[in-house]
Design a protein around this ligand. Structure first.
Ligand code: NDP
Length: 259
């Protein structure tokens, strides 16, 4: 299926590694132009080279999404390079999980800055540009813990629940301008964060993935692949999903107890 993304411009936060980079590969394969960010310069250079080798028209820029000024520069650089914006993917993030009673105020501030306020700030900066697109769209990457928090899942699960409410509120605010807003709530999906975890645990990646699938009782019996994540997100960004807005779609192999 041609997704109709050729020459669209999509900004992907956390596009230098893991799921974000997998999404950039898929978008480039669909003929989209991609602006991506991350903090680590080495990862950005590697990602940019890989995507350019796939014939991608790519802008890779260092940006910490918790810094409002850097976000302004990121959006300005994207518009300067490509002259338009059709999609925004709020993907940058990292796990922060503990018992609520063990969290500090600093834990909450850091998690809200990274996973909620960055998406709010970027949505504000991008909204009018997305409204100028014939198929403007925002996609928030969240976690299934946002719908069904487990024990010792704070602050992430609560921040992700706020991200789901943000998705719905934004979809109502921006719908009249023709901008769709959706979220994917992911379960356990292969990415660089698990490579680092396997190294830290001194186990092989295959063993870690198998253990994750078993211990979390994933109905499909395995963790997801980054390609499976990227295919769903590319579809939700594309005009082929033109009547889907305000949705939070589980991409989890059936792991979540709620749909
Ligand atoms: P990775 O750690 O593999 O990649 C994270 C990406 O985000 C990197 O490019 C990283 O680059 C970037 N990033 C992290 N912090 C910042 C920041 N402050 N500013 C800019 N970029 C940043 O993670 P995944 O690909 O696995 O995760 C992607 C998203 O999916 C995250 O939001 C994560 O919380 C969520 N998620 C993933 C799950 C999974 O199973 N994979 C499960 C549930 C949720 P750099 O470090 O150089 O900044």
């Amino acid at each position: 299926m041609d997704l109709g993304l050729r020459d669209s411009v999509v900004l992907v936060t956390g596009g230098s590694d893991g799921l974000g980079l997998a999404l950039c590969r898929t978008l480039v394969g669909e003929g989209a132009k991609v602006a991506l960010c991350g903090r680590d310069a080495g990862r950005l250079t590697t990602a940019e080279a890989e995507l350019e080798a796939l014939d991608g028209d790519v802008l890779a820029r260092a940006c910490d999404v918790t810094d409002p000024e850097q976000l302004e520069h990121l959006v300005a650089a994207t518009l300067e390079r490509f002259g338009r914006l059709d999609g925004l993917v709020n993907n940058a993030g990292q796990t922060a999980v503990m018992k609520v009673t063990e969290t500090t105020d600093a834990d909450w501030s850091a998690d809200l800055d990274l996973k909620l306020l960055a998406a709010v700030r970027l949505s504000r900066l991008c909204a009018t540009h997305l409204a100028d697109s014939p198929h403007g769209s925002i996609l928030n990457v969240l976690s299934i813990s946002g719908k069904a928090p487990a024990a010792a899942s704070a602050p992430t699960s609560i921040t992700r629940a706020a991200g789901l409410a943000l998705t719905k509120a934004l979809s109502r605010d921006l719908g009249p301008d023709g901008v769709r807003v959706n979220a994917v709530l992911i379960g356990l999906i292969e990415s660089s964060q698990w490579v680092r975890r396997a190294e830290a645990l001194g186990t092989t990646l295959d063993e870690l993935y198998a253990n994750l699938a078993t211990s979390n009782d994933i109905p499909l019996g395995r963790v997801g692949t980054a390609r499976e994540f990227a295919d769903v997100v590319a579809f939700l960004l594309s005009p082929r999903s033109s009547f889907i807005s305000g949705a939070g779609l589980n991409v989890d192999g059936g792991m979540s107890p709620v749909s």
